[in-house]
Design a protein around this ligand. Sequence first.
Ligand SMILES: C[S@@+](CC[C@H](N)C(=O)[O-])C[C@H]1O[C@@H](n2cnc3c(N)ncnc32)[C@H](O)[C@@H]1O
Ligand SMILES: [Zn+2]
Length: 357
Amino acid sequence: MRQELASHLRCPACRADRTLHLQVAERDAREVREGTLTCEACGASFPVQEGIVELLHEPPAHLLAEAAGLERFAAQMRADGWDREMIRRLPDVEHGYWYVQARSMHQLMSSIPFQPGQSILDVGSNTCWAANRFAQAGLDAIALDISTAELQGLRTAEYFIADGSVFFERLLGSMDAIPLASGSLDYVYCCEVLHHNDLASLRRTFEEIARVLRPGGRLLMVNETLKTLRDPDGVHVEGVEQYDGYEHAHWAWRYRWEATRAGLFTEVIEPHYRPFFGDPAFSVRGAQARLVGPIVRRLSRAAQELTPARKAYLSWLNHCWGTVSMNMIATKPVRGLGRARTLARLRGSRRRAERRG
Ligand SMILES: C[S@@+](CC[C@H](N)C(=O)[O-])C[C@H]1O[C@@H](n2cnc3c(N)ncnc32)[C@H](O)[C@@H]1O
Ligand SMILES: [Zn+2]
């Protein structure tokens, strides 16, 4: 960790903001590698090890089991040939899952008006590939996870930061008790992670996200696992059970309601990896067009151009049909600016970013 981070932290024991004092035991040119953070309010202390700030306080048993499962999963990945070079290439590897991740990151980077120096928390950062992308874009990125496992947790960050070309912070902690001070972030990025919550911790997590965002700050919820009418379980247990994953899909309305309940203004976003919503190269006008007849193609093209049809189709996918995961932007209100003006601002800035991108 870097010294400056200490003043943005929250003590996970007494939940006081900016009370952690850093004692440095060892540092290198990049950061503090070993040290201790002590809370001036309650006296609790927390280690900094290999640059990782360890602020996971009294975790529940299921969370420790999940972290242990990720160690086992990392061993499996190693056996399957995953190594530093492959991780450094993420998300640009040939695989359906990573295709979706790459398209989604491209969509985000070309539609959100990120400014160098803005702060972003990558929740459930796992291999830290997204924190790396944000850091490359000049953002002050922080990776948060419950696991330090190399290949499946925060120690994987070394693959990206060891050569000094980028830097991002690594926090061991839980999304339902984020160890960061209130109002300290411009963005919170959650990609395929909110479903690692039961209903009670999902509620706490949205409250925590709303707390750590500054007014006008945004939650970027990407590819969240859904329950739908066609698939009311949403999570398929085989691999999940083997590695003690704590996974619970939620309904689309639930993610939106919990964000709203936490005081955020929400907007559900179209996933561009889905041909209907995507850019022309991937749409029914492109490669997929050969699979459908000319009448279907024409109808589909007309629907693509109609906002109500797009909204209805997105809603049908998110609630009934599935085959997509859910994307949503949730903005913390700015005093004196209502929902309509906040969302109009968001749309305007997204349009400008898209034109630039
Ligand atoms: C499916 S992976 C996320 C993938 C990652 N965001 C990506 O896009 O590659 C879920 C991650 O969430 C982490 N996680 C699970 N519960 C968590 C919690 N309570 N707080 C923070 N991270 C958590 C897991 O350790 C795991 O790394
Ligand atoms: Zn404290």
